[in-house]
Design a protein around this ligand. Structure first.
Ligand SMILES: [Fe+2]
Length: 377
Protein backbone atom coordinates (compact mmCIF):
# COMPACT_ATOMS: atom_id res chain seq x y z
CA UNK A 1 0.00 0.00 0.00
CA UNK A 2 1.31 3.40 -0.94
CA UNK A 3 0.90 5.56 2.14
CA UNK A 4 2.39 9.01 1.75
CA UNK A 5 2.46 10.96 4.96
CA UNK A 6 3.32 14.48 5.87
CA UNK A 7 5.98 14.28 8.53
CA UNK A 8 3.69 16.12 10.92
CA UNK A 9 0.68 13.77 10.91
CA UNK A 10 1.01 10.59 12.96
CA UNK A 11 -1.35 7.73 12.10
CA UNK A 12 -2.68 5.29 14.67
CA UNK A 13 -4.92 2.24 14.33
CA UNK A 14 -8.16 4.24 14.49
CA UNK A 15 -7.22 7.79 13.67
CA UNK A 16 -4.46 10.36 13.43
CA UNK A 17 -2.72 13.06 15.42
CA UNK A 18 -2.95 16.34 13.54
CA UNK A 19 -0.89 19.50 14.15
CA UNK A 20 -3.17 22.50 14.61
CA UNK A 21 -2.48 26.15 13.91
CA UNK A 22 -1.87 27.01 17.57
CA UNK A 23 1.08 24.61 17.72
CA UNK A 24 -0.76 21.85 19.58
CA UNK A 25 -1.50 18.43 18.19
CA UNK A 26 -4.94 16.85 18.47
CA UNK A 27 -6.24 13.35 17.85
CA UNK A 28 -9.12 12.71 15.43
CA UNK A 29 -10.94 9.46 14.82
CA UNK A 30 -11.09 8.17 11.22
CA UNK A 31 -14.85 7.60 11.26
CA UNK A 32 -15.36 11.18 12.45
CA UNK A 33 -13.02 12.57 9.78
CA UNK A 34 -14.78 10.68 7.00
CA UNK A 35 -18.34 11.16 8.29
CA UNK A 36 -17.91 14.92 8.61
CA UNK A 37 -16.16 15.52 5.29
CA UNK A 38 -17.57 18.79 3.90
CA UNK A 39 -18.85 16.79 0.89
CA UNK A 40 -21.12 14.84 3.29
CA UNK A 41 -23.50 17.78 3.53
CA UNK A 42 -25.94 19.07 0.95
CA UNK A 43 -25.33 22.78 0.46
CA UNK A 44 -29.02 23.57 -0.04
CA UNK A 45 -30.72 21.49 2.64
CA UNK A 46 -27.63 21.54 4.89
CA UNK A 47 -28.48 17.92 5.79
CA UNK A 48 -25.94 15.11 5.89
CA UNK A 49 -26.29 13.13 2.66
CA UNK A 50 -23.33 10.80 3.20
CA UNK A 51 -24.40 7.64 5.04
CA UNK A 52 -21.53 6.00 6.88
CA UNK A 53 -23.71 2.94 7.54
CA UNK A 54 -23.19 2.03 3.86
CA UNK A 55 -19.40 1.78 4.26
CA UNK A 56 -18.48 -1.92 4.43
CA UNK A 57 -15.09 -1.27 6.06
CA UNK A 58 -13.80 1.08 8.72
CA UNK A 59 -12.46 4.25 7.01
CA UNK A 60 -8.70 4.05 6.45
CA UNK A 61 -6.49 6.80 5.02
CA UNK A 62 -4.27 6.04 2.01
CA UNK A 63 -2.62 9.51 1.89
CA UNK A 64 -2.59 12.30 4.45
CA UNK A 65 -1.05 15.74 4.40
CA UNK A 66 -1.40 19.11 6.04
CA UNK A 67 -1.12 21.94 3.59
CA UNK A 68 -2.52 25.46 3.14
CA UNK A 69 -4.10 25.41 6.59
CA UNK A 70 -6.04 22.23 5.89
CA UNK A 71 -5.84 18.49 6.48
CA UNK A 72 -6.17 16.53 3.26
CA UNK A 73 -7.01 12.84 3.29
CA UNK A 74 -7.32 10.38 0.44
CA UNK A 75 -9.32 7.43 1.70
CA UNK A 76 -8.25 3.88 0.91
CA UNK A 77 -10.60 1.90 -1.31
CA UNK A 78 -12.96 4.66 -2.44
CA UNK A 79 -10.23 7.18 -3.25
CA UNK A 80 -12.55 9.84 -1.82
CA UNK A 81 -10.81 13.11 -0.98
CA UNK A 82 -11.54 14.94 2.25
CA UNK A 83 -10.30 18.43 3.05
CA UNK A 84 -10.81 19.75 6.59
CA UNK A 85 -9.82 23.30 7.50
CA UNK A 86 -7.57 23.26 10.57
CA UNK A 87 -9.69 26.03 12.08
CA UNK A 88 -12.72 23.71 11.80
CA UNK A 89 -10.81 20.83 13.38
CA UNK A 90 -9.69 23.02 16.28
CA UNK A 91 -13.34 23.46 17.36
CA UNK A 92 -13.69 19.70 17.85
CA UNK A 93 -10.22 18.89 19.17
CA UNK A 94 -11.01 18.82 22.88
CA UNK A 95 -14.29 16.91 23.02
CA UNK A 96 -15.93 20.02 24.46
CA UNK A 97 -19.63 20.67 23.79
CA UNK A 98 -20.27 22.81 20.76
CA UNK A 99 -20.70 26.46 21.83
CA UNK A 100 -24.40 27.33 22.01
CA UNK A 101 -25.41 30.99 21.68
CA UNK A 102 -28.71 30.14 23.41
CA UNK A 103 -26.92 28.74 26.48
CA UNK A 104 -27.01 32.02 28.39
CA UNK A 105 -26.50 32.18 32.15
CA UNK A 106 -29.74 32.64 34.08
CA UNK A 107 -30.19 35.66 36.30
CA UNK A 108 -32.19 34.81 39.43
CA UNK A 109 -34.76 37.41 40.45
CA UNK A 110 -36.79 38.12 43.57
CA UNK A 111 -40.02 39.81 44.68
CA UNK A 112 -38.93 43.28 43.54
CA UNK A 113 -38.44 42.25 39.90
CA UNK A 114 -41.69 43.71 38.49
CA UNK A 115 -40.34 47.13 37.39
CA UNK A 116 -37.32 45.42 35.81
CA UNK A 117 -39.26 42.89 33.72
CA UNK A 118 -38.26 43.23 30.08
CA UNK A 119 -41.14 44.73 28.10
CA UNK A 120 -41.70 44.71 24.36
CA UNK A 121 -44.59 46.15 22.29
CA UNK A 122 -46.28 43.45 20.22
CA UNK A 123 -46.66 45.60 17.06
CA UNK A 124 -42.93 46.40 17.12
CA UNK A 125 -41.97 42.74 17.59
CA UNK A 126 -43.93 41.84 14.44
CA UNK A 127 -41.77 44.27 12.44
CA UNK A 128 -38.34 43.90 14.04
CA UNK A 129 -36.43 40.61 14.21
CA UNK A 130 -33.66 42.18 16.30
CA UNK A 131 -36.28 43.04 18.92
CA UNK A 132 -37.52 39.43 18.84
CA UNK A 133 -33.94 38.33 19.62
CA UNK A 134 -33.88 40.68 22.63
CA UNK A 135 -37.21 39.28 23.80
CA UNK A 136 -35.92 35.69 23.59
CA UNK A 137 -32.74 36.74 25.37
CA UNK A 138 -34.87 38.03 28.26
CA UNK A 139 -36.73 34.71 28.25
CA UNK A 140 -33.47 32.77 28.45
CA UNK A 141 -31.88 34.95 31.13
CA UNK A 142 -34.87 36.01 33.29
CA UNK A 143 -37.47 33.45 32.19
CA UNK A 144 -40.15 36.11 31.90
CA UNK A 145 -41.16 39.11 29.77
CA UNK A 146 -44.26 41.27 29.35
CA UNK A 147 -45.54 42.08 25.89
CA UNK A 148 -47.45 45.35 25.72
CA UNK A 149 -49.81 46.81 23.14
CA UNK A 150 -51.53 43.48 22.44
CA UNK A 151 -54.52 43.70 20.08
CA UNK A 152 -57.78 42.59 21.70
CA UNK A 153 -58.02 39.54 19.44
CA UNK A 154 -57.15 35.86 19.26
CA UNK A 155 -54.94 36.64 16.26
CA UNK A 156 -52.87 39.04 18.34
CA UNK A 157 -51.75 36.16 20.55
CA UNK A 158 -51.25 33.79 17.58
CA UNK A 159 -49.03 36.32 15.80
CA UNK A 160 -46.95 36.84 18.92
CA UNK A 161 -46.45 33.17 19.78
CA UNK A 162 -45.48 32.28 16.20
CA UNK A 163 -42.54 34.66 16.40
CA UNK A 164 -40.73 32.16 18.62
CA UNK A 165 -42.35 28.82 17.79
CA UNK A 166 -45.41 26.84 16.86
CA UNK A 167 -48.42 26.74 19.15
CA UNK A 168 -47.88 23.60 21.21
CA UNK A 169 -51.06 21.81 22.29
CA UNK A 170 -51.47 20.13 25.63
CA UNK A 171 -54.04 17.44 26.28
CA UNK A 172 -56.44 20.31 27.02
CA UNK A 173 -56.05 21.59 23.45
CA UNK A 174 -54.22 24.44 21.72
CA UNK A 175 -55.57 27.31 23.79
CA UNK A 176 -57.12 27.80 27.18
CA UNK A 177 -59.42 30.51 28.43
CA UNK A 178 -59.56 31.72 32.01
CA UNK A 179 -62.73 33.74 31.99
CA UNK A 180 -64.79 35.17 34.81
CA UNK A 181 -67.72 37.40 34.03
CA UNK A 182 -69.19 38.80 37.16
CA UNK A 183 -72.59 40.39 36.92
CA UNK A 184 -73.33 43.08 39.44
CA UNK A 185 -76.04 40.88 40.86
CA UNK A 186 -73.61 38.05 41.68
CA UNK A 187 -72.60 39.61 44.95
CA UNK A 188 -71.59 36.35 46.52
CA UNK A 189 -69.23 35.29 43.75
CA UNK A 190 -65.76 34.50 45.07
CA UNK A 191 -62.81 33.54 42.92
CA UNK A 192 -60.56 31.21 44.83
CA UNK A 193 -56.84 31.54 45.12
CA UNK A 194 -54.76 29.48 42.73
CA UNK A 195 -51.79 27.94 44.51
CA UNK A 196 -48.28 28.36 43.13
CA UNK A 197 -47.63 25.85 40.34
CA UNK A 198 -46.10 25.08 36.98
CA UNK A 199 -48.55 23.94 34.29
CA UNK A 200 -49.48 20.38 33.27
CA UNK A 201 -46.64 18.46 34.93
CA UNK A 202 -48.44 15.19 34.18
CA UNK A 203 -47.37 15.41 30.52
CA UNK A 204 -44.18 13.56 29.50
CA UNK A 205 -42.67 16.92 28.65
CA UNK A 206 -44.59 19.78 30.19
CA UNK A 207 -45.08 22.73 27.82
CA UNK A 208 -42.07 25.04 27.77
CA UNK A 209 -43.16 28.63 27.22
CA UNK A 210 -46.49 29.89 28.49
CA UNK A 211 -48.36 32.91 27.14
CA UNK A 212 -51.10 34.58 29.20
CA UNK A 213 -52.82 37.32 27.22
CA UNK A 214 -54.97 39.55 29.40
CA UNK A 215 -57.99 40.56 27.34
CA UNK A 216 -59.96 42.10 30.19
CA UNK A 217 -59.30 42.79 33.83
CA UNK A 218 -61.76 45.14 35.45
CA UNK A 219 -62.30 43.14 38.63
CA UNK A 220 -60.68 44.29 41.84
CA UNK A 221 -58.18 41.99 43.51
CA UNK A 222 -56.92 38.76 42.01
CA UNK A 223 -53.26 39.80 41.89
CA UNK A 224 -50.99 37.75 39.67
CA UNK A 225 -48.25 35.96 41.58
CA UNK A 226 -45.02 34.90 39.94
CA UNK A 227 -41.69 33.74 41.31
CA UNK A 228 -38.39 32.55 39.94
CA UNK A 229 -37.98 28.84 40.75
CA UNK A 230 -34.25 29.15 40.02
CA UNK A 231 -33.86 31.75 42.79
CA UNK A 232 -35.69 29.57 45.32
CA UNK A 233 -33.89 26.36 44.37
CA UNK A 234 -30.49 28.05 44.48
CA UNK A 235 -31.23 29.31 47.99
CA UNK A 236 -32.29 25.80 49.02
CA UNK A 237 -29.05 24.43 47.57
CA UNK A 238 -26.98 26.89 49.61
CA UNK A 239 -28.91 26.57 52.88
CA UNK A 240 -30.06 22.93 52.82
CA UNK A 241 -27.88 20.99 50.38
CA UNK A 242 -29.22 17.58 51.45
CA UNK A 243 -32.81 18.70 50.77
CA UNK A 244 -31.73 20.12 47.44
CA UNK A 245 -30.10 16.84 46.46
CA UNK A 246 -33.23 14.88 47.29
CA UNK A 247 -35.45 17.17 45.19
CA UNK A 248 -32.98 17.26 42.29
CA UNK A 249 -32.42 13.50 42.15
CA UNK A 250 -35.80 11.94 42.95
CA UNK A 251 -38.38 11.19 40.26
CA UNK A 252 -41.80 11.98 41.68
CA UNK A 253 -45.16 11.21 40.11
CA UNK A 254 -47.61 13.77 38.73
CA UNK A 255 -51.07 12.87 37.47
CA UNK A 256 -54.15 14.28 35.81
CA UNK A 257 -57.06 11.89 35.79
CA UNK A 258 -60.74 11.96 34.97
CA UNK A 259 -63.30 9.83 33.11
CA UNK A 260 -61.57 9.98 29.73
CA UNK A 261 -57.94 10.62 30.53
CA UNK A 262 -55.28 9.27 32.84
CA UNK A 263 -52.10 11.26 32.35
CA UNK A 264 -49.07 10.23 34.38
CA UNK A 265 -45.47 11.28 34.42
CA UNK A 266 -42.42 11.29 36.63
CA UNK A 267 -40.51 14.53 37.04
CA UNK A 268 -37.90 16.02 39.30
CA UNK A 269 -39.07 18.85 41.51
CA UNK A 270 -35.79 20.65 40.82
CA UNK A 271 -34.40 20.34 37.28
CA UNK A 272 -30.69 20.69 36.48
CA UNK A 273 -29.15 21.57 33.13
CA UNK A 274 -26.11 19.99 31.47
CA UNK A 275 -23.83 22.16 33.60
CA UNK A 276 -25.44 20.96 36.84
CA UNK A 277 -27.05 24.39 37.33
CA UNK A 278 -30.70 24.73 38.32
CA UNK A 279 -32.71 25.20 35.13
CA UNK A 280 -36.17 25.02 36.62
CA UNK A 281 -38.71 23.38 38.84
CA UNK A 282 -41.83 21.27 38.45
CA UNK A 283 -44.35 21.88 41.16
CA UNK A 284 -48.10 21.41 41.41
CA UNK A 285 -49.82 20.35 44.58
CA UNK A 286 -53.11 19.57 42.81
CA UNK A 287 -51.34 17.24 40.39
CA UNK A 288 -48.83 15.65 42.78
CA UNK A 289 -49.59 11.94 42.68
CA UNK A 290 -50.03 9.67 45.67
CA UNK A 291 -46.40 8.82 46.12
CA UNK A 292 -45.39 5.21 45.51
CA UNK A 293 -41.87 5.78 46.86
CA UNK A 294 -40.91 3.69 49.86
CA UNK A 295 -42.33 4.94 53.12
CA UNK A 296 -38.85 4.94 54.65
CA UNK A 297 -37.58 7.15 51.84
CA UNK A 298 -40.53 9.46 52.35
CA UNK A 299 -39.33 9.99 55.94
CA UNK A 300 -36.53 12.00 54.34
CA UNK A 301 -38.26 13.25 51.19
CA UNK A 302 -41.36 14.92 52.65
CA UNK A 303 -39.53 17.29 55.04
CA UNK A 304 -37.34 18.48 52.16
CA UNK A 305 -40.35 18.79 49.83
CA UNK A 306 -42.33 20.78 52.40
CA UNK A 307 -39.42 23.05 53.20
CA UNK A 308 -39.17 23.88 49.51
CA UNK A 309 -42.94 24.33 49.26
CA UNK A 310 -42.92 26.81 52.15
CA UNK A 311 -40.09 28.75 50.49
CA UNK A 312 -42.33 29.06 47.41
CA UNK A 313 -44.76 31.06 49.55
CA UNK A 314 -42.14 33.43 50.93
CA UNK A 315 -42.39 37.18 50.33
CA UNK A 316 -38.71 37.11 49.48
CA UNK A 317 -39.57 35.58 46.13
CA UNK A 318 -43.22 36.40 45.33
CA UNK A 319 -43.69 39.10 42.73
CA UNK A 320 -47.24 40.48 42.99
CA UNK A 321 -48.75 42.64 40.31
CA UNK A 322 -51.83 43.14 38.25
CA UNK A 323 -51.77 42.09 34.63
CA UNK A 324 -53.69 44.68 32.63
CA UNK A 325 -55.72 44.32 29.46
CA UNK A 326 -53.44 44.72 26.38
CA UNK A 327 -50.61 42.95 28.23
CA UNK A 328 -49.38 39.39 27.69
CA UNK A 329 -46.99 37.82 30.15
CA UNK A 330 -44.70 35.20 28.60
CA UNK A 331 -42.72 32.89 30.86
CA UNK A 332 -40.73 29.67 31.07
CA UNK A 333 -43.18 27.11 32.44
CA UNK A 334 -40.31 24.95 33.70
CA UNK A 335 -38.82 27.80 35.71
CA UNK A 336 -41.39 30.41 36.65
CA UNK A 337 -43.92 29.32 39.27
CA UNK A 338 -47.22 31.15 39.07
CA UNK A 339 -50.50 31.53 40.89
CA UNK A 340 -53.24 34.01 41.66
CA UNK A 341 -54.40 35.61 44.87
CA UNK A 342 -58.01 35.05 45.89
CA UNK A 343 -60.38 37.83 44.96
CA UNK A 344 -63.92 38.70 45.81
CA UNK A 345 -65.42 40.88 43.14
CA UNK A 346 -68.84 42.28 42.61
CA UNK A 347 -68.44 43.68 39.13
CA UNK A 348 -66.26 43.55 36.07
CA UNK A 349 -64.70 41.02 33.71
CA UNK A 350 -61.54 38.99 33.97
CA UNK A 351 -60.44 37.17 30.83
CA UNK A 352 -57.05 35.61 30.12
CA UNK A 353 -56.35 33.60 26.98
CA UNK A 354 -53.33 31.36 27.02
CA UNK A 355 -51.24 29.03 24.91
CA UNK A 356 -47.81 27.44 24.87
CA UNK A 357 -44.77 27.04 22.65
CA UNK A 358 -41.62 24.94 23.19
CA UNK A 359 -38.37 25.98 24.81
CA UNK A 360 -36.23 24.11 22.28
CA UNK A 361 -37.92 25.87 19.38
CA UNK A 362 -37.41 29.23 21.11
CA UNK A 363 -33.70 28.52 21.50
CA UNK A 364 -33.60 27.55 17.82
CA UNK A 365 -35.20 30.89 16.92
CA UNK A 366 -32.62 32.71 19.00
CA UNK A 367 -29.67 30.93 17.38
CA UNK A 368 -31.04 31.58 13.90
CA UNK A 369 -31.59 35.27 14.71
CA UNK A 370 -28.20 35.87 16.29
CA UNK A 371 -25.72 33.57 14.52
CA UNK A 372 -25.08 32.22 11.04
CA UNK A 373 -24.98 28.53 11.84
CA UNK A 374 -22.43 25.92 10.83
CA UNK A 375 -23.34 25.53 7.18
CA UNK A 376 -24.01 29.07 6.04
CA UNK A 377 -24.00 29.70 2.33
FE1 LIG B 1 -51.27 27.82 35.45
Amino acid sequence: MDISLSHVVRLTDNGMHVPLLDGTTAYFNNYWLRDNCPTSFDSQTRERTFDIFHEAEAPRPARVEVTDGALRIEWAGSGHLTRHELTFLAGYSKGAPRPDPADLPRRAWYSDHYPAIARFPQPELLKDKALVARWVEAMLVDGVAIITGMPDSNEGLDDLARLIGHIRPTFFGEYFDVRTHIKPTNLAYTAKALEMHTDTPAEDVAPGIQFLHCRANSVSGGANLFLDGVAVANDLKREFPEDFKLLAETDVGYYCEHDHYDMRSRQRVIELDEHGEVSGVTISQHMFDISDLSQEFLDRFYPAFCRFGRMLQSDKYLMRFRLEATECIVFDNHRIVHGRAAYSATEGDRYLRGCYTDRGEMRSTYRALTTEGRFKG
